[in-house]
Design a protein around this ligand. Structure first.
Ligand code: FMN
Length: 143
């Protein structure tokens, strides 16, 4: 059974906490999860997957982190057609525009974004946000 990949970028740990909750949800639903920092992500594993998750906080001015995550996502856009992709991330002071733009990009690339929107939370995930991430993981495991 192939593992469901959960790839994230984080600076201060909030999106990592969300990624770990997604991974717990996947495993609670009986599938295996591979929760990895984008710097060690296996692009071939993503290409071979029909379902995976990506997480990144709002950075810059409502954009993805530009050093590692943005180039990674650009590569994913090249093979995203037909895949089911869950998106998640933490933000600070904005209104979630970075996530709406990310959802639009993945949809334009031909992917189905799970639930049609990303799971977002302000700064560190609270209990509700952790539960939403675990629930997202369970959904992925059922696809
Ligand atoms: C350089 C920098 C840029 C940021 N830009 C935004 C932004 O455009 N919009 C926003 O809502 N939050 C912004 N934030 C806040 C982060 O998204 C927020 O602190 C988030 O919880 C960080 O997630 P992390 O712990 O996974 O790194 C920014 C933070 C930093 C350090």
């Amino acid at each position: 059974m192939s593992k469901i990949q959960v790839v994230y970028w984080t600076q201060s740990g909030n999106t990592q906490a969300m990624a770990e909750a997604v991974g717990r949800g996947i495993e609670a639903a009986g599938k295996e999860a591979e929760v990895v920092d984008v710097s060690t992500a296996d692009m071939d594993a993503l290409k071979a997957s029909s379902v995976f998750a990506m997480g990144c906080p709002a950075m810059g001015a409502e954009v993805l982190e530009e050093g590692e995550m943005e180039p990674f996502v650009e590569e994913v856009e090249g093979f995203a057609a037909g895949k089911k992709i869950a998106l998640f991330g933490s933000y600070g002071w904005g209104d979630g525009q970075w996530m709406r733009d990310w959802v639009d990009r993945m949809t334009s690339a031909g992917a189905t974004v799970v639930n049609g929107e990303g799971v977002i939370c302000q700064e560190a995930p609270d209990d509700d946000a952790v539960a939403a991430c675990e629930s997202l993981g369970k959904q992925l495991a059922g696809m």
